[in-house]
Design a binder for this molecule. Structure first.
Ligand SMILES: *[C@@H]1O[C@H](CO)[C@@H](O)[C@H](O)[C@H]1NC(C)=O
Length: 252
């Protein structure tokens, strides 16, 4: 009877551990909803309704003017961006259900910030060459080179300082040149990792407490004997050697 109790406790513990493990993270093709891992929707689609223990998740295609470029568990597609001629941009490739619009600079503009193949900002092409700025004079202007640490695309009336990624706590992805700014990456994501570690810490403490208390109760009720040979006993011994070291010395 008590051995059954012991193995029941062990099974419960294992169940708890595996359950926690599952609810804390899904594999990369799935997302978490209502404590269940649902299969993600394919690119070009979004989630219409989440899955639960009995029903599959449902996906619908993005509508015109919206896109989704990845496997996802999102309930909305992203809106396609437009290329604004007033900002010197025109469409390079149109938005599809699986990719955003790509922009490029108008003929008289140069791209000043690009993300991959997409031009994000453009400026009017200057009368000077890239790396030079327009130095005004009483009569007309000169083209003068930019000093180190600054840049101009040839249209600036003064050279601009490179963005200091490190001072902004951002990783430097591309060094600035005399004709282009430095390019910073996204801020490092530390907080999520911390939350994960914290949750795991709490779960381990709870599991350790449950096993310690149930182990102690079983030992107290059972007295010493063949307990160490039951399946549950082995698991408890293995996990909690330090807690039970005194008793095991006597029992074995
Ligand atoms: C800008 O830098 C490039 C490469 O370092 C150099 O070849 C070019 O002469 C520079 N342009 C000006 C205007 O100083």
């Amino acid at each position: 009877m008590r051995e059954k109790l012991a193995s029941a406790a062990a099974v419960l513990m294992l169940l708890l551990v595996s359950l926690c493990g599952q609810t804390l993270s899904c594999d990369p093709n799935a997302y978490l909803a209502n404590g269940v891992c649902c299969l993600k929707c394919p690119p070009g689609h979004r989630v219409l309704s989440d899955c639960d223990l009995v029903t599959r998740r449902r996906c619908v295609p993005c509508l015109n003017g919206a896109f989704m470029d990845q496997l996802n568990g999102f309930s909305r597609c992203n809106l396609c961006k437009s290329c604004d001629p007033a900002s010197g941009l025109r469409v390079k490739s149109f938005c599809t259900r699986v990719s955003n619009t790509f922009c490029e600079p108008l003929k008289t503009f140069v791209c000043t910030k690009a993300v991959g193949d997409d031009c994000v900002t453009a400026e009017r092409r200057g009368p000077c060459r890239p790396g030079q700025y327009i130095k005004q004079k009483a009569t007309g202007f000169d083209c003068s080179p930019c000093p180190a640490g600054t840049f101009s695309d040839g249209s600036f009336s003064a050279c601009r300082l490179h963005t200091r990624c490190i001072r902004l706590n951002l990783p430097l992805l591309r060094r600035g040149t005399n004709s282009s700014d430095a390019f910073c990456g996204d801020p490092p994501q530390k907080r999520r990792d911390w939350t994960h570690a914290l949750i795991w810490g709490v779960v381990s403490i709870v599991v350790a407490l449950i096993s310690a208390v149930s182990g102690y109760l079983i030992y107290r009720n059972r007295g010493f004997g063949s307990y160490g040979e039951s399946a549950a006993g082995k698991i408890l011994h293995k996990d909690k050697t330090d807690v039970f070291s005194d008793e095991t010395g006597v029992a074995e």
